[in-house]
Design a protein around this ligand. Sequence first.
Ligand SMILES: [Zn+2]
Length: 414
Amino acid sequence: MPLDPKRTVAELKELRALTGDENGAQRVAFTPTWVKARAWLKEKLAGLPVETHVDAAGNFWATLRGESERALLIGGHLDSVPNGGWLDGCLNVVAGVEILRRVNEQFAGKPPVTVRLVDWADEEGARFGKSLFGSSACSGALDMDEARGLKDKQGVTLPEALKVIGVDFEQVKESGVELKNAAAYIELHIEQGPVLLDLDLPLGAVLGTFGVERHAITFHGQAAHSGSTPMNRRKDAFLAAAKMSEEIYRIAERSGNGVCTIGSCTTKPGIVTSVVEECRITLDQRHLDAAKLATMLREAKEASERFAKEGDVRVSWERIWQIEPRPFHPELIDLCDAAIKETVPVSHRLPSGPLHDAAETCGAGVPTVMMFVQSLHGISHNKIEDTKEAHLELCVSAFDRLATKTMAWVERKR
Ligand SMILES: [Zn+2]
């Protein structure tokens, strides 16, 4: 068995030394450091009989042709947020290189199905505020009108930044042809949360990515003097909004595995001597089950109307953003679970709070699954992001087993 998980850890350190500094990873998409990371990746692949190219959206593909055109895709992203962690996204790519080496060796350059590694462009959206750029262009979900107008802090537009790396913005959706023979998509990622850490388990099979409902809720009351207005005569917008803060915990609890967050609260007039006239809060709700997500939203709306009535104020809602849950393929989840159990004693199934490129391949109809490895401190997008080296080695082994199982699955589904 030529798989060498220690080599993956060594190569991750090599990439960190090449593209990071004392503040963390600096591989922001479309920057010279990111281009350097891509050149490094190409070097790593140089000894393999793979065809490489950059697609219409700037995604990098390495293809090991098999007996069948039907392909197993292994995905990740070399791009990072500024001052990012050393593992987010690139673990998936570097582990994918190791799997290509193993598959190539085992099948003497000609596996039964085609195996392709993809490094998605600008997963993080750190520069233009729009995540999953390359994968959403490929899946077809990218909103062209919205993306065309995006600008970075220097005023450079996304189309201008793409031009620098040789990508024509108006053609990016042509990258969709890459999915033509895609029979399955697998992605390894650090968990970026504390679930596996709290369970003291190294690896987990991901059930899918959460659907999200994001709204602004505004309560409208009446400003009044804080000294002269008796308590029973107030129309206090803050009182109604404040009741929501406790209610969302009950809503989340009833939903099973959902989460709700009030992340922002602003008041008008916002002075110490006035009852609050207007209070705007934001609500972010997430669930893996679309029906349960809809119930959480309905319950929040009903509660807001009840609290408004109790306090003699008015409430209005405005949707900020929304995305459907993306449940992964049940058979691939089983394969992922089995691959983990052949590597460590216990597996755990968990949903993903953050979105990943896998949500886009899943949305495009490609059978998809992800594997998570434990994150120390339960933290990411920060230079302290870390995972035990022993766990990194385990995840490469388990992910390689998942690749083998998925290749056999692709063959069977022919
Ligand atoms: Zn990532």
